[in-house]
Ligand binder design. Sequence first.
Ligand code: CP
Length: 314
Amino acid sequence: MKQFTSVQDVADVNALVQEALALKRDPLLYQHLGQGKTLGLVFMNPSLRTRVSTQLAAYNLGMQVVVLNADKDNWALEFQDGAVMRHQTVEHIRDAAAVFGSYFDVLGVRCFPALQSRDDDYSEHIMRQFIEHSGLPYLSLESATLHPLQSLADAMTIQEHRPKHRPKVVLTWAPHIKPIPHAVANSFAEWMHRLDVEFVVTHPEGYELDSRYTQNATIEYNQQKALQDADFVYVKNWSSYEQYGKVLTEDPSWLLTEGHFAQAPNAKIMHCLPVRRNVELSDEILDGPRSLVQQQAKNRIFAAQAVLKNLKSS
Ligand code: CP
């Protein structure tokens, strides 16, 4: 695997999930594999889990890690080709990424969308420039449209807790106070499409995701109906795709409480974190026995480890 930007980069999803679970059982099995190799991690946006779990994963493989907070630790980057750089940006991505290419063996980047122009964000022009100009094996730490490391950890968590061979998995929109990217929801949808699950997406009208990611998932506007007999309920806010980047409603009736689970008594709850308590998810759910959020967060280490183990320069 030369890059990990999407489930499309993974030949056998089930095999990768099994490999990540095997690494969870024996994290130091390949502790010499990455000796002499350096992983560069560039964060253009904040992170807790991705930053720490990816570093731990690299250490488990014997790699060294350099972390840069973009525009704080390094010079402000310019991404426009042909730019006349008379303003705030100091170094062009062509130059900076080429330098990364000579320093690191693998490059990971987090680059959120601006949520201003759908075409710009969905072109992934920032991620593509890091890949092109570094020439390195590339690990997405969450891009404008996808968060595959999170989805791999989510697939591991479902595999560990599945009560039956083909569980019902529901992705439900949740309220939020500000516009949130689509990356986690898009990514979760495209990974569920590659697993043997019944997949349902529920949200208020106007929050339809890009159908390239939801594909043949059932779209159900009635949350209560969608939750019926669910085995896993993945809770996430996202802003509108059609009215790009807009918050259309903050309807609190979409906030899940125990009262929502009369028809899904055994449903487990998932969320990628960070979560705004009692806005996106209630305390009683997050602190109760349904919650798998800490298991998901722990699996981020071994998801990253499995991917790093498989990233190669050709
Ligand atoms: N879930 C996730 O990616 O968390 P961070 O934003 O803290 O990395």
